[in-house]
Design a protein. Structure first.
Length: 279
């Protein structure tokens, strides 16, 4: 067993034939034949602001436009993309390009640590270097092949994994997600400052859960406080991409694994805005 095998997320339950997993550098293409045109990372300052939902919605919008899309679930300790897309179990196989990622209903290629766990609710109790190593393997040892867009769902904060993604992957731009609470915006400013120090373009800010819509009178209810997205974007010198409401139908589709069925004019406008800002 090589040193890389020891840190492989599939170690102990690998379904790939010996010698075919691509972890040996001298025998592996290590993603060299993959052609990913655009890499967009989705970040947040703290958890619970809907970053994973925004990731899945952006990927779904692009797939509906006929684009070839992949989602790299880099939130190793809190993966949620398999649940959102309804890909709960996967029997992974390999090609000469690497591990073949499962496909969603719209044909989005998806890779997540959950595909390597015996049970989806098993915890991943790893320190930073192992987490970062898994993300690098998901990038370099997966058969992404030819993609128009890869959307990377980062864990919240400014720790090892976000830093690894920004410094190791060819990230074209970052989308920042927050919610209206003062605490969320206080922390998200740290994320914005970190990203600027690393000289990676910020495509803009999305304010999620900006309001709820009353089912009786259609009034917009600011249940999490006054909207601050535009003001924070202006204060920090980045673009404001738009806001998304708290939507119970979205929550239900996410939990049922049918997030690709969600339709939102707000989300369509946000996706169009960020695409115009790609370098």
């Amino acid at each position: 067993m090589s040193d890389q095998c020891k840190t492989c997320p599939s170690n102990g339950g690998c379904t790939v034939e010996p010698g075919q997993c691509g972890v040996e550098p001298e025998k592996s293409l290590l993603g060299a034949l993959n052609d990913v045109h655009n890499v967009i990372a989705i970040m947040s300052g703290k958890g619970g602001v809907g970053k994973s939902s925004v990731t899945a919605l952006i990927a779904s919008y692009l797939a509906k436009q006929g684009k070839k899309v992949g989602v790299l679930d880099a939130d190793i300790t809190g993966p949620s993309q398999p649940l959102a897309f309804g890909v709960r179990k996967a029997s992974l196989k390999a090609s000469e390009y690497g591990l073949i990622p499962p496909l969603t209903k719209l044909g989005i290629k998806l890779m997540s640590i959950n595909f390597f766990l015996p049970n989806e609710d098993d915890p991943v109790i790893w320190r930073g270097p192992l987490l970062a190593g898994a993300v690098n393997q998901f990038w370099g040892e997966v058969d992404w092949r030819d993609l128009d867009y890869m959307i990377v769902d980062l864990p919240p904060g400014t720790g090892d994994v976000p830093l690894t993604v920004i410094q190791s992957l060819p990230v074209n731009g970052i989308v920042i997600v927050s919610s209206p609470q003062d605490l969320a915006f206080m922390v998200v400013k740290k994320t914005i400052k970190m990203t600027k120090k690393l000289n990676v373009p910020i495509l803009g800010l999305v304010e999620n859960m900006s309001y709820a819509i009353c089912p009786h009178c259609n009034e917009k209810l600011p249940i999490f406080g006054k909207n601050q997205g535009e003001d924070v974007a202006k204060e920090t010198g980045i673009d404001f991409l738009g806001s998304l409401p708290w939507d119970t139908s979205l929550n239900a589709l996410f939990d049922a694994g049918n997030i690709e069925d969600y339709e939102s004019e707000n989300m369509q406008e946000i996706a169009k805005q960020l695409l115009t800002r790609l370098p």
